[in-house]
Each structure stands twice: as structure tokens, then as C-alpha cells.
Design a protein around this ligand. Structure first.
Ligand code: IPM
Ligand code: MN
Length: 370
């Protein structure tokens, strides 16, 4: 008997459970006969886990992830848990530890504009006429997110708090590798984002990426590298988004630019992400965590109206990267494209003229196209 393909399903908080439910339906339909090779198992994470067992990342959840080939993640956090000490909150107590524990260093965030949704973009349509197709490669386990020391001390006027922005050569090289390999399969262009005019760690980032590119191109590749300061990149993204192909970013700059870039494509509810590990799973593919880039959206949670597309696309990325099922992944992506072409819209991407679908209805429109 062949090994099961095991997926840990961590729906989490807010809109997480509702978009996860329909995503599992879409995956089931898309996988067809292959569905029986899979085992989807759910576990508690985030605020839901705090409420049930008192901690955001219970041991049982971590061991389920350990024994799985991939993690399909919803979202965590919400006002209910915001008054807890920061390290006990869903984000810092569950999501960041998961990223670190599984060395999920490479975060891929594909930003694509569906032409039919150009109206939902905050940009004037003529800025979008050349399309938007950007792959953000965000380093995910280093930088000021995890750098030591961090802390608080002192008191009164001298009370202070600090974080440390730090990058090791190996961390920059391995994320550059992902960016250049990705560019090779796209338009052969990497824009590396830094703040080398101010920060020592970012001078180093630029140096290492430059050296990496030279070595990479000596091996018969031809990937063009440009460097851009993060503040300028934030501006260029809204002035001329079609100039970008692959954006190579450190953890924090990638976090910020990916939210900005996501709305170029219409809505944060459309931005999927794959966080790939240094580890392989038992099927020989990369272990990874797949999650929408947006948050738990507590304001609309429980109403069944959230846009599930980012979660569904994250599921497709999981099939592609952690199970080698590129064709099934592409089938899902095409089914979403077609649903959008046919006018399927949740409220975040609808205009006044559109009929607004809820989470289940738009999933049904997608399933019809599979
Ligand atoms: C993201 C999120 C997270 C981050 C938060 C929830 C910790 O904004 O995945 O982009 O900052 O990385
Ligand atoms: Mn973010």
C-alpha cells in the first residue's frame, strides 16, 4: 500500500473555518480519484486553541504537523485575544513559531490581476493596462521578526523597547536561490528590495544578492538583477506595477509590500501564499505551510460572505509544491479564472452592478468549472 498524502488542516480563527470548509470541497472535487490517496486531519490553532485548551499551539497540533506532509492553514487572531501578553497571542504564539519550527524560510506570494477585476483595483485602469503578474519571494524566518536581542527595559522616560534586524549569509543565499530559480521560469528578472542607504544588514543583503547573481549567471543562466530601495519600490508598485517580475524581499519589507501589491489584483482576499521549508516530506517534495496572505477578518467572520479564493489558491499551491500535482493545481487556478470571467464575485471584488455571491456560492461556481 502506498503512503498516504497527509495534510494537517489548521483552520484557526475568524473567517478561517468558513473559507477552509469550501476549500476542502474544491480540493476533493479537483482531486477526483486521487482524493482517496489523501488524508486531511484537522487540529486547533490560534485563538480557537486558546479558548479550547489554553494555548495557541497545542502539542497535539504540532505533532500532527510533524507527521504530515503539508499544512493547510487558515488564519489566526482577532480582537478577543488582543489583550493577552504578545507572546501568548495567536500570531506570535502559533503562526511565527510554526514558521520557525519547520524552517519555512521561503514565502511565495503570487500577485496577479484578473483583467475582469481591474475595476476593483484602487489604481486607475490605465495604470493596469500592461497587466500585473508579480511573484513576491519573501524571506520568512529571519530579520527583525526573529532577530535577537529583542526586549523591553528601563523605566519612566528611559523606558525602551528594541528588536534586531539581522541576516546571515546563508539565509540571504537560500532565499536568493528561490527567487532566481523562480525568475528563470518567468521573465528572468529579479528586483531585490533593501534599504541599503541606511541599514547595515541591508548593505550586506545587497552585497550577498549581487554575489549570488554573479555566480548564478556564470552557470549558464541569464537572470537580470536590479536593486531597489523599499520606499521607492512601494511607490513604483502603484505607479507602474507591470515593470516587476520577481520581487526578492526580506521578511518585514516583504510583509509590507505584499499587502500593498495584493490590492493591485483587486483584493487581499485573492492573495495566496506558500511557505516552503528546508525539509522534504515523505513523498520527496518540499514540506510547506499554505495560507492566505490576508488575516482572519473578524469584522466579517461567521457571516459566510468572505472571499475564499486566497484559501483555495493556497490549496492549489500545496498540491503543486508539496505533492507534485501541478496539473491539478493548474486546473483549480483555471476554474477560478473562469468563474471570475463568468462574473462570480464576492462583495470585496464586486461593483454595484454585480450579483454578490457568498462564500459557498462562489465555491460552487468554481467547482462547476472543474
Ligand atoms: C502575514 C501576516 C503575519 C506576518 C502576521 C499575522 C504575524 O501579516 O503573513 O503577512 O506579519 O508575517
Ligand atoms: Mn502581512
Amino acid at each position: 500500500m502506498s503512503l498516504k498524502k497527509k495534510v494537517a488542516v489548521l483552520a484557526g480563527d475568524g473567517i478561517g473555518p468558513e473559507v477552509m470548509d469550501v476549500t476542502l470541497e474544491v480540493l476533493k472535487k479537483a482531486l477526483g480519484n486521487q482524493y482517496t490517496e489523501f488524508e486531511f486531519q484537522s487540529a486547533l490553532v490560534g485563538g480557537a486553541a486558546i479558548d479550547a485548551v489554553g494555548e495557541p499551539l497545542p502539542k497535539e497540533t504540532l505533532s500532527l504537523c510533524e507527521s504530515s506532509d503539508a499544512i493547510l492553514f487558515g488564519s489566526v487572531g482577532g480582537p478577543k485575544w488582543e489583550s493577552l501578553p504578545p507572546e501568548k497571542q495567536p500570531e506570535r504564539g502559533a503562526l511565527l513559531p510554526l514558521r520557525k519550527y519547520f524552517e519555512l524560510f521561503a514565502n511565495l506570494r503570487p500577485v496577479k490581476l484578473y483583467p475582469e477585476l481591474a475595476h476593483a483595483s484602487p489604481l486607475k485602469e490605465d495604470r493596469l493596462k500592461n497587466g500585473v503578474d508579480i511573484l513576491i519571494i519573501r524571506e520568512l524566518t529571519g530579520d527583525v521578526y526573529f532577530g535577537q536581542p529583542k526586549g523591553r527595559e528601563g523605566k519612566d522616560k528611559n523606558e525602551k523597547a528594541y528588536d534586531t534586524m539581522v541576516y546571515h549569509r546563508y539565509e540571504i543565499e537560500r532565499i536568493a536561490q528561490v527567487a532566481f530559480d523562480s525568475a528563470k521560469m518567468r521573465k528572468n528578472k529579479v528586483t531585490s528590495i533593501d534599504k541599503a542607504n541606511v541599514l547595515t544588514s541591508m548593505v550586506f543583503w545587497r552585497e550577498v544578492v549581487t554575489q549570488f547573481a554573479n555566480d548564478y549567471n556564470k552557470q549558464g543562466n541569464n537572470v537580470q538583477l536590479e536593486h531597489m530601495y523599499v520606499d521607492n519600490a512601494a511607490m513604483q508598485l502603484i505607479l507602474n506595477p507591470s515593470r516587476f517580475d520577481v520581487l526578492l524581499c526580506s521578511n518585514m519589507f516583504g510583509d509590507i509590500l505584499s499587502d500593498e501589491a495584493s490590492v493591485l489584483g483587486g483584493s487581499l482576499g485573492m492573495l495566496a501564499s506558500a511557505s516552503l521549508s528546508t525539509r522534504k516530506n515523505q513523498h520527496g517534495y518540499k514540506f510547506g505551510l499554505y495560507e492566505p496572505a490576508g488575516g482572519s477578518a473578524p469584522d466579517i467572520a461567521g457571516k459566510g460572505i468572505a472571499n475564499p479564493i486566497a484559501q483555495i489558491l493556497s490549496g492549489a499551491l500545496m498540491l503543486r509544491y508539496s505533492f507534485g500535482l501541478n496539473e491539478v493545481a493548474t486546473k483549480i487556478e483555471k476554474a477560478i479564472e473562469k468563474a471570475i470571467q463568468n462574473g462570480a464575485r464576492t462583495r470585496d471584488i464586486a461593483t454595484e452592478k454585480d450579483r454578490v455571491l457568498n462564500t459557498k456560492e462562489i465555491a460552487e461556481e468554481i467547482i462547476k468549472n472543474l
